[in-house]
Design a protein. Sequence first.
Length: 259
Amino acid sequence: MPVSILKILSFRVSGRFAHFRKFYTNSSSLSYFIPPRTAIIGMLGSILQYERDSYYDIFNPDDFRISVSVTPGTSIKKQMQCMNYLHEKYYDLLVKGKGKKQHSQCRLELLMADDFKPVDYTLYIGVTNDKSMKILSMIEKKLINHDHGFGVFLGQRQFRADIHHLKTFENISCIEISQHVDSICIKDFAQPDLNSNLDRHLIVDRMPIHLGKKIINQIVGRELDSIKNVMYEKNGQRIFGIFKDCYPLDDKRIAFFET
């Protein structure tokens, strides 16, 4: 449902490598080209130094509207790598002296940019009420002071990222129908014009939108709360067509994961 957004904080996040695991993969870890909403709220939780699994209700879809695009000029490619992980029973194997089984291998789909450039995304964090505005102000203040809390990572902890190019936009009203979009958009709200996008690389991915808490035997975990089909352009280029519920930011039109 379209709403008026009080404020949007925009910033770029970049790093040498990235990996955003597709929720339906098992032994071979396939990656999305862009961070899903769940990965982005994980970054925000890390900046504010919230404990793991404690921030899902805080960054709920009613209070926070989130979007992302590949920063234009960034060309991202995938490369499959074999990663050496410690065996889940590493400590027991080490104590018993069975060194040959201390590691397990997993194939990992790695994201990197062409020409040795960093992988670079532009994130948009919007808020709809005074409660979420206070949290966004805390994030903005920390980023201005170059305080990233626990750190910002592109999917996995070994892929450290940097944040730059902060911008803010206030009192943004919804445009019910837009002729183009410059970010992700929900597939059901998009009618791309194929003739106008012949030089674009459009991708539709089934992505997790929100996680909820799950408590089993007094242990807090997480479970998928919602999943949607998300469309985006692989290199961050503008997509032409008819798109519902977009928001103007300077010369761009942004759509959000939440509907």
